[in-house]
Design a protein around this ligand. Structure first.
Ligand code: G6P
Length: 579
């Protein structure tokens, strides 16, 4: 049991693990570990889907042995992992600094399930979720079938999503993931979905380029409806639409009707959406127990994705996430619980083996935005240095890793050099047995997908096994190149293989695996994975700079030297000269 004043690194099981790694495993090459099939068979887990497909997690390329696995399981009981997981499904206030439940799992529950939010007047969260889902279903059908039209009577074929952070990255990841999925592609035929996230005016221009605004429905995605970037973008788009129609109809005075015809919103802040001019029946709500980065299964993702891909495809996506929720909650044999294993081995690579980075490498081009989503999900959740109870980590203990990634094979021609011969970066390979869009060129020995996947299987071994001096000598490599061509190997990775295609359901499963993995790692570190105080300071300081710019834009004299440190004042003055 973790004492409130104790940090995770002081737990006996964690210390024994670190000790075991330092004394034994750090000196045991992965080559040796991988040869032991007895060991390997305990490092595979899989989830069988109803259609016969499987999600397989292969942990054989992580630097663990039987003793390490045992200690990792001891860690799960020391941190009371099972109880914490259950707390997440029953609405405990796991987000203690904001006094909130963490209930994104309720977004995926079936209509016949019930979840009464503790200490709240909200009642049954599942009932409320399904009410919003039904409204989205009906509304998206009306828009897609052309029954709800834009101001000028045109069908709303385009959706423009405004939002940033959790109100952007998740929807974009799923949008890209399903673009080449046969069923989603067919449903999106003739439609466009675009994103506007950055407050940079360039992003506004990129978003509206080639967009017929009369055919566009704008979705403002903002949990708080106070995020500076999103609100400025919303006002910018609103002005653009009003000006567009004013030019066409100079006599119309009621500009509000332009706005009402083209905007809807997803938010928890109804007073502000109405103040902005969005009609109340075009606001789709969610709840403070859904964190921004966990909100893709709320209206934040479901509304725009249903407008674009149709509700049925989005429902399949939600079912995929739900299948992982059930697996996560009900698989008590933790050696088969995929999100728990991902969390445990993530923690192991970061804290025990001491690698501070992690790369996410999907061998599927449709997942090109997955690493960016996981970056926010993981780094904003677990990038903390203090326990839930407010005890600061000491002695160099650190939570959450630095995350980056790119689809394979593109990454291989970019940063893999460093991963093979530079720093050790635990890698996560994600692959599918079948392609969304198979191609086989006559005369080529394998299909294009198999060409891709041959790399998926080769890379973990290249990282782990490396290439020895003996091999180089046997190949006749000239002596002066020995050190350059040497691969030390011993570099850990894990692989996730979906034995089907990237469907909406599989996409949901992938999301569920990583959402829960983040929670598991947070539970082990004993941190609050569900707040994000670290993003606040920059926002506050930007206000001071903004005030200076505002004075200057009004033509007033500004004195930056008295307001900023000399280093920043110097650069600001240079900027102000040419602003
Ligand atoms: O949805 P919003 O309230 O507009 O918030 C958008 C984003 O901004 C904040 O700065 C947080 O760091 C994110 O977690 C959040 O997703």
């Amino acid at each position: 049991m973790v004492e409130s004043a104790q940090t995770f690194d002081k737990l006996p099981s964690v210390q024994q693990l670190v000790n075991h790694y330092n004394t034994t495993l750090s000196q045991t090459h992965l080559r040796e570990l991988l040869n032991d099939e007895n060991r390997n068979q305990h490092l595979r887990a899989s989830l069988q889907n109803q259609d016969g497909s499987e999600v397989i997690l292969d942990l054989t390329h992580v630097k663990v042995d039987e003793a390490a696995v045992k200690l990792l399981h001891q860690v799960t009981s020391d941190v009371q992992l099972h109880e914490k997981i259950e707390g997440m499904f029953t609405g405990q206030k796991l987000n203690n600094t904001e006094k909130r439940s963490v209930l994104h799992v309720a977004l995926r529950m079936r209509e016949d399930e019930t979840l009464i939010v503790p200490d709240s007047t909200e009642g049954d969260a599942v009932k409320n979720v399904h009410e919003v889902l039904k409204r989205i279903h009906a509304f998206s059908e009306l828009v897609r079938s052309g029954q709800v039209k834009g101001y000028s009577g045109k069908t709303l074929k385009n959706t423009l999503i405004l939002g940033i952070g959790g109100s952007y990255l998740g929807p974009e990841f799923v949008f890209e993931a399903l673009r080449q999925d046969a069923s989603s592609k067919q449903a999106a035929d003739g439609r466009q979905l675009k994103f506007l996230a950055n407050v940079d005016p360039i992003d506004f221009n990129r978003a509206i380029q080639g967009l017929d605004i009369e055919e566009t429905l704008v979705v403002i995605n903002s949990k708080t409806f106070t995020t500076a970037e999103t609100i400025l973008n919303a006002v910018t788009v609103k002005n653009y639409i009003i000006n567009h129609y004013k030019n066409l109809h100079p006599d119309v005075e009621d500009t509000q009707s332009f706005v009402q015809a083209h905007f809807c919103a997803v938010s928890t802040n109804l007073p502000l959406t109405s103040q902005f001019g969005v009609a109340d029946d075009r606001v789709f709500g969610f709840w403070d127990w859904v964190g921004g980065r966990f909100s893709v299964c709320s209206a934040v993702g479901v509304l725009p994705l249903s407008l674009h891909y149709g509700y049925e495809n989005v429902r399949d996506f939600l079912s995929g996430v739900k299948s992982i929720d059930d697996h996560f909650r009900n698989t008590h044999d933790l050696s088969q619980n995929l999100p728990v294993l991902l969390g445990l081995y993530g923690f192991y690579n970061t804290h025990v083996a001491g690698h501070n980075t992690r790369s996410i490498l999907p061998y599927c081009q449709s997942l090109l935005k997955f690493p960016a989503h996981i970056q926010q999900l993981d780094m904003e959740s677990n990038g903390k240095s203090v326990t839930k109870e407010g005890v600061r980590f000491t002695d160099g203990a650190q939570a959450g890793p630095i995350i980056f990634g790119e689809p394979g094979t593109n990454g291989q021609h970019s940063f893999y050099q460093l991963m093979h011969q530079g720093r050790v970066i635990p890698a996560e390979f994600i692959g599918f047995s079948q392609s969304q869009t198979p191609i086989h060129i006559d005369g080529y020995p394998v299909s294009n997908h198999n060409e891709l996947m041959s790399n998926f299987f080769a890379q973990p071994d290249a990282l782990a096994l490396g290439k020895t001096l003996e091999q180089l000598k046997a190949e006749g490599v000239p002596e002066f190149l020995y050190q350059h061509k040497l691969f030390t190997g011993d570099r850990p990775s894990l692989s996730i293989l979906f034995t089907g295609k990237l469907t909406a359901f599989a996409c949901g499963q992938l999301l569920g695996l990583y959402e829960h993995r983040v929670a598991v790692e947070g539970f082990i570190y004993g941190i609050n994975s569900f707040d994000q105080w670290g993003v606040e300071l920059g926002k506050v300081l930007a206000k001071d700079v903004r005030n200076v710019f505002a004075d200057k834009e009004k033509g007033q004299d500004v004195d930056v030297k008295s307001k900023f440190n000399p280093a920043t004042a110097y650069l600001l003055e240079k900027y102000l000269e040419k602003m």
